[in-house]
Design a protein around this ligand. Structure first.
Ligand SMILES: C[S@@+](CC[C@H](N)C(=O)[O-])C[C@H]1O[C@@H](n2cnc3c(N)ncnc32)[C@H](O)[C@@H]1O
Length: 336
């Protein structure tokens, strides 16, 4: 038995940070954006990125081995996926979330053991009680965080636009909308809908720019407020994406009650996250996201579809169901 076992998987996981940091540095340097302009040989690429000669070739060839670059006759080019998702000049760029992972999470995760022992967050604003106020005090970090959210919500937004029965409804509000990826995607796919993004007032200019760039300012507006202090704007459908996991159980219940109060009878709440599978065995990304909430927030945690349906029913929702979106993401729908 023992001679059939291999340490390969264990060692691969243990050294996974090598892979992650190589990709994150390439994104930070803008390597994929440069190669999207034209394929380049090693010396041209090295000099454009401002790299020391010692390890440039190893760096580029590691990216080939990791499946992010191709090399033909000494010329490096992006793979099809890297060209589509890692070129900053394209609207399909998802690297904002990797920039955030590189600039903030990589260092904070170094203190995971401390977080596990103490239950205390470890991010750079861990001492602050109000995570978002601390993060948003700096305009550059505000914009960086909000655009990074677009990177993680672009895929689920498309799936929500396709899978939810929008024809039955006339209006929606995306609560904690960030830059507005969900409102923009849903409104673009369903021209009969009127939509709004609800978020902290500091978010307004960044939301407005994004909605205007998408040509949707006539149908999608911004509503500023605090979802712990203010009533939510009324609409037929309320969306909450990656919101509940930021908060502790009491706060989660408060947000669900707030959504219930704002909906008409027959209205629907869509909660989407990297939901943990009900058996808590297979959605590793959802479970690791929950550890990320430990690192980032005072009381946040991720949860299963069954957990969320239970809280929705306690809040008064008559019907609830879970539907898979894509990858690790699923939505829980509650109908009032
Ligand atoms: C993790 S992001 C999720 C963004 C987006 N829904 C998505 O799925 O990518 C959480 C959002 O909640 C907003 N938020 C945090 N506290 C809030 C509050 N008290 N009232 C309103 N919005 C808040 C943040 O500004 C941020 O846009």
């Amino acid at each position: 038995m023992a001679d059939q076992l291999s340490p390969e998987k264990i060692l691969g996981l243990g050294f996974g940070f090598w892979n992650a940091k190589t990709l994150l540095s390439a994104v930070e340097l803008g390597l994929f954006t440069i190669l999207a302009e034209a394929p380049a040989d090693a010396e041209t690429l090295r000099s454009r990125l401002g790299l020391h000669p010692r390890s440039a070739l190893d760096f580029f060839d590691a990216l080939v081995a990791l499946g992010l670059l191709e090399r033909d006759n000494g010329l490096y080019r992006n793979t099809a996926e890297a060209a589509l998702f890692l070129d900053r000049a394209k609207p399909s760029y998802v690297g904002q979330i990797l920039e955030l992972a590189n600039a903030r999470l990589f260092a904070s995760w170094d203190r995971l053991t401390e977080a596990l022992k103490t239950g205390r967050p470890q991010s750079e604003n861990a001492a602050e009680k109000d995570f978002f106020a601390a993060l948003y005090a700096d305009p550059a970090r505000l914009r960086g965080f909000l655009t990074a959210m677009s990177g993680i919500s672009a895929g689920p937004a498309k799936a929500i636009a396709e899978k939810f029965p929008w024809t039955k409804y006339g209006s929606f509000v995306d609560v904690g909308s960030a830059q507005g990826m969900v409102p923009a995607t849903v409104a673009r796919a369903h021209p009969h809908l009127i939509g709004a993004g609800f978020d902290l007032p500091q978010v307004k200019p960044i939301f407005d720019d994004f909605i205007a760039a998408n040509g949707l300012s006539d149908r999608v507006t911004f509503r500023g407020g605090d979802f712990f202090r203010d009533a939510l704007p009324g609409a037929d459908v309320i969306v909450m994406g990656h919101i509940l996991h930021d908060w502790d159980l009491e706060e989660k219940r408060h947000l669900l009650a707030n959504a219930y109060a704002a909906l008409p009878k027959g209205g629907a709440l869509i909660v989407y996250e990297a939901l943990i599978d009900d058996e808590r065995r297979t959605n590793a990304f959802g479970l690791l996201m929950s550890l990320n909430m430990l690192i980032e927030t005072p009381g946040g945690f991720d949860y299963t579809g069954a957990d969320c349906q239970g809280w929705m029913r306690e809040a008064g929702f008559a019907e609830t169901r879970v539907e898979h979106l894509l990858g690790p993401d699923s939505m829980v729908i509650g109908v009032k």
